[in-house]
Ligand binder design. Structure first.
Ligand SMILES: O=C(O)CCC(=O)C(=O)O
Ligand SMILES: [Fe+2]
Length: 559
């Protein structure tokens, strides 16, 4: 029991590089035994702090259910990590230890508590979690395709538009029922496994769906009895994790399964919506049209998914259908070209107040490439971690990494570009913005389907923001999507679709009406990478952004 708030620090490089890029994830309130979930990837490390107590770093093994138990021992905070594999062995030990005894449940409680300090409050979860039956996928819900899906509890509350992990929706579009079986032996081919290698999960009746719990990598077989041939036709598919939907339909040979993860589904639904963009004047006719065009999906589901994955119909319209903003006027900004000489660049104003301004080609394609090739930017190091329940993190489905310009190496590409960002930012806004003491540059990498949902970087609702807090942001686009990936301002129709090397600057020092709220639209084709710089006034080498008592969002806490 740790009667304090626990701070969680993320160590992207794992426990072996604890000092590098340590960033605060979030604080988890612990009033009595409580728990929180960290969504992360194998190899990432975490360190915990409660008041003045600090723990050693632990590294996530990559199992689905690594468990960290925090406890206090003398003057230190102990973070005991049980990997999913340890946990499974441990719980099996418990089952065999307690099996023969009276008072099975209290024996289990005792075992968990005394051997590994798992509080009774969580014991039930672990007693069942790794029981031998646990790996078997289970039916979580079922319904007919014509049912009102929303009333099924499939609302997006808490999921930020993404599916709960480890669930998939299996839709049977055929006029006959199919059997859904789990392949419980390792299976790597498309050839259906033997019956004795599978276990029946459920029958999915005609034109209906089931939601089942599943673990990434598990394989499934669907089959239907063919009365004439007295044989089965079957199809095997694998749950890749985060899968939104597997649709079973009739095919000449028998049946076919099309499975899509949430990113693929988002894109497929957008393609359908494209046919209806013209009816966008009235949302109702748009949705009617959409339902009609969504022939390959059950219509009620398709619309539900569309709204869930695309935030809303109007968000899709803004992202995909509305044209880019046109420049209201052009201004000349003076930049020094690094050799002491000034060069003048043209900037386009897309909105006067709060300002949105673009500069095409602020960086050359070569400079962008140099940045991408630089040490810090290997895609393998880009990943996400966040605490479940953290609201702004969920809205960001993109890979991210902080980049620290080395001021002692002014010729490094990052330092050079950052200097240019600040010159452009000062010229555009007239604010006192200087590189010293500012937040790192934040690199974002978007794959197809990835996006950053509507959010504010800083001062939404403030007029003006307190000194030391963010007053503006800029983006340098180093890879641009072939389709999608625009940056939009969601309170009006401002929209910017970048070309490589473009720069977008927007200010919010005074933004009482949330006009700086913005989003990165889903990438539909290709990839997109941006370098974000946030700007604060009043910070310096001696009073850095980390010294500012931050009332607003602190980006590192979103990582
Ligand atoms: O990538 C984009 O278009 C937007 C990124 C963004 O909003 C941010 O980094 O805060
Ligand atoms: Fe942003």
């Amino acid at each position: 029991h740790i009667p304090e708030v626990v701070q969680v620090f993320w160590l992207p490089g794992g426990a072996l590089s604890p000092s590098r890029l340590s960033s605060e994830l979030d604080a988890a309130d612990s009033d009595g035994p409580s728990s929180f979930v960290i969504n992360t990837y194998a190899g990432h490390g975490f360190r915990f702090q409660a008041g003045s107590l600090s723990s050693e770093a632990v590294t996530h093994s990559g199992g689905q259910h690594d468990l960290v138990i925090l406890s206090k021992s003398g003057d230190s905070l102990v973070a005991d990590l049980l990997s999913a594999v340890d946990l499974q062995k441990f719980v099996q030990e418990m089952h065999s230890h307690c099996n023969e005894r009276d008072g099975y449940t209290s024996c289990c409680y005792n075992f968990l508590k005394t051997k590994r300090g798992i509080p009774v409050a969580f014991a039930d979860k672990y007693i069942t979690a790794y029981s031998p039956h646990k790996l078997m996928p289970r039916v979580a819900a079922r319904g007919n395709l014509e049912d009102d899906i929303e009333s099924d509890g499939l609302d997006d509350d808490g999921y930020g538009g993404h599916l709960p992990p480890d669930e998939m929706l299996v839709i049977n579009k055929m006029l006959v029922p199919v059997d859904l079986r789990w392949v419980h032996v390792a299976h790597d081919s498309d050839v259906p496994p033997q019956d004795n290698e599978t276990t029946m999960i459920t029958q999915v009746t005609s034109e209906s769906y089931v939601r089942i719990t599943a673990r990434p990598g598990q394989s499934f077989v669907v089959s239907k009895q063919s009365p004439r041939e007295q044989s089965r036709s079957s199809s095997v598919f694998r749950y890749p994790g985060e899968l939104a939907v597997a649709i079973i339909s009739a095919e000449a040979k028998g049946l076919a399964v099309a499975s899509r993860d949430q990113d693929e589904l988002k894109i497929a639904l957008s393609e359908i919506a494209q046919n209806c963009g013209d009816s966008s004047k009235d949302e109702q006719s748009f949705t009617e049209c959409f339902k009609q065009k969504a022939v390959s999906f059950p219509p009620a589901l398709a619309l539900w998914w569309f709204q869930l994955l695309w935030t809303s119909v109007s968000h899709w319209l803004h992202c995909v259908h509305l044209p880019d903003s046109v420049s209201i006027r052009q201004v000349d900004l003076e930049l020094d070209d690094g050799t002491g000489k000034n060069r003048s660049v043209k900037a386009q104003i897309f909105r006067e107040d709060p300002l949105v301004l673009g500069i095409s080609g602020l960086a050359t394609p070569q400079e962008c490439q140099q940045l991408i090739d630089s040490q810090d930017l290997k895609e393998a190091n880009l990943n996400m971690a966040f605490i479940s329940g953290g609201s702004h993190s969920k809205s960001r489905r993109t890979l991210t990494k902080n980049l620290y310009p080395n001021m002692q190496a002014p010729q490094s590409i990052l330092a050079k570009l950052q200097k240019r960002f600040f010159q452009a930012a000062r010229g555009a806004s007239g604010y006192e913005l200087w590189p010293e003491g500012q937040e790192p540059v934040n690199w974002l990498h978007y794959k197809p389907g990835y996006e950053y949902r509507p959010h504010c970087d800083g001062g939404c609702g403030m007029d003006p923001v307190p000194s030391g807090m963010r007053v503006a942001s800029s983006l340098l686009y180093c890879n641009v999507a072939e389709q999608g990936g625009s940056t939009i301002f969601t309170q009006d129709t401002t929209k910017f679709t970048p070309a490589r090397g473009d720069f977008l600057f927007f200010a919010y020092k005074s933004d009482p009406d949330y006009m700086s709220m913005h989003a990165a639209c889903p990438v539909l084709r290709g990839i997109k990478s941006t370098a974000t710089q946030w700007y604060r006034e009043g910070v310096s080498k001696d009073y850095t952004w980390e010294d500012v008592a931050d009332l607003g969002l602190r980006r590192s806490s979103e990582l």
